[in-house]
Write a protein that binds this ligand. Structure first.
Ligand code: BDR
Ligand code: CA
Length: 342
């Protein structure tokens, strides 16, 4: 009798807890603790607005900047502009590496404009950089983090994380996953016939990250070239008619021109924003676990990602390679999030 009463009591307590959790939403998926490493860059700014408009899912701890599309002072200014436009000056911006680990610096002003932000006017943002540099920030934060708790979105050359890994290999303990925009396999390259810009800009850094043993996901040109703008998709963004949507349409209309002309495609990719969509809604994407290496030797394959898609080498899998994506799903999600901004 007593046992039966106790069982009923436990059952009643579990049911009560369950209904409380449902009422408060406490059962919802945990927020992603996120650091965004970036070289804005037109598509980086779209990605940043997308991410900063998603505080329910993404706990953005900081933006860390790196030289890439343009010089570091400009990428750092553009990251602070994105933060200002999103009304998220609470997120600190740390400036990182001024140049790649070993190779001579390259920039992509021909694609992103001299200010690194095509299609819109830039100004000096009200709020400055955080004190300290991105590499120290990564080391301190990842060493102090709970085991495997922090995700890093990597939207540019991987110099900052590589330098942090070399200086303090113990930081892997804090990393949950690194989600990278970079590389190319089926698609071919966009800066050489075989290399994608972010890996070509610092292949030695990508190599350090690939060998680190951390969980890696690659959103390469294979998928970003399947998720293209169109007039209808840009019109949906424009119809939001807020400041952020106007910025995104102006940025994209200018940014996509070069790729549309170069590849003869009907719209342009929004590369870095696919990383944010992947974090928010991974079910929009498909891929497989593979072995990837990057060629960092001088020659025509410099910066190429070599992906063992068919597992011919039987080598250890070190990355999840995203190859497919739902383009409508991506743009619907982007529109939904931009609608939340002013
Ligand atoms: C990548 O290179 C940069 O120019 C873009 O911002 C993106 O990160 C695409 O190859
Ligand atoms: Ca970028």
């Amino acid at each position: 009798m007593y046992r039966c009463a106790r069982k009923l009591h436990h059952l009643f307590r579990s049911l009560l807890l369950l209904s409380l959790m449902t009422a408060t939403g406490a059962h919802a998926a945990e927020k992603i603790d996120l650091i965004i490493d970036t070289d804005p860059g037109a598509d980086d700014v779209v990605a940043l607005l997308f991410a900063l408009a998603s505080p329910q899912e993404l706990n953005i701890r900081a933006l860390t900047t790196v030289a890439g599309n343009v010089r570091l002072d400009k990428t750092s200014r553009n990251a602070r502009l994105a933060r200002e436009w999103a009304g998220r000056e609470d997120v600190p911006v740390y400036a990182g590496a001024k140049k790649p680990m070993m190779r001579t610096p390259i920039y992509a002003e021909n694609i992103h404009g001299v200010e690194g932000l095509s299609g819109v006017a830039v100004h000096e943002p009200k709020k400055g950089l955080a004190e300290g540099n991105a590499i120290d920030y990564l080391i301190d934060t990842l060493m102090a983090a709970k085991p495997h708790s922090i995700t890093i979105a990597m939207l540019g050359p991987q110099t900052n994380l590589a330098l942090a890994l070399i200086q303090e290999p113990g930081i892997v303990q804090g990393i949950k996953e690194v989600v990278i925009m970079g590389g190319a396999h089926f698609n071919g390259g966009n800066i050489t016939p075989v290399a994608e810009f972010n890996l070509f800009a610092d292949p030695q850094a990508a190599e350090v990250v690939l060998k680190s043993g951390v969980k890696l996901t690659y959103l390469s040109l294979d998928v970003t070239h399947k998720i293209l703008t169109s007039d209808a998709r840009l019109n949906k963004i424009a119809a939001l008619n807020n400041h952020a949507s106007k910025l995104v349409v102006d940025i994209l209309n200018d940014y996509i021109k070069a790729d549309m002309a170069h590849y003869g495609i009907p719209g342009g990719p929004v590369h870095d924003a696919t990383v944010i969509a992947y974090l928010l809604k991974p079910q929009l994407f498909s891929g497989r676990e593979v072995n990837v290496v990057v060629d960092s030797s001088e020659g025509p394959a410099f910066g190429q990602t070599i992906v063992d898609w068919h597992d011919g080498l039987r080598a250890p899998k070190n990355a999840f390679w995203v190859e497919g994506g739902d383009a409508d799903g991506f743009f619907d999600l982007l529109v939904e999030r931009l609608a939340r901004l002013k």
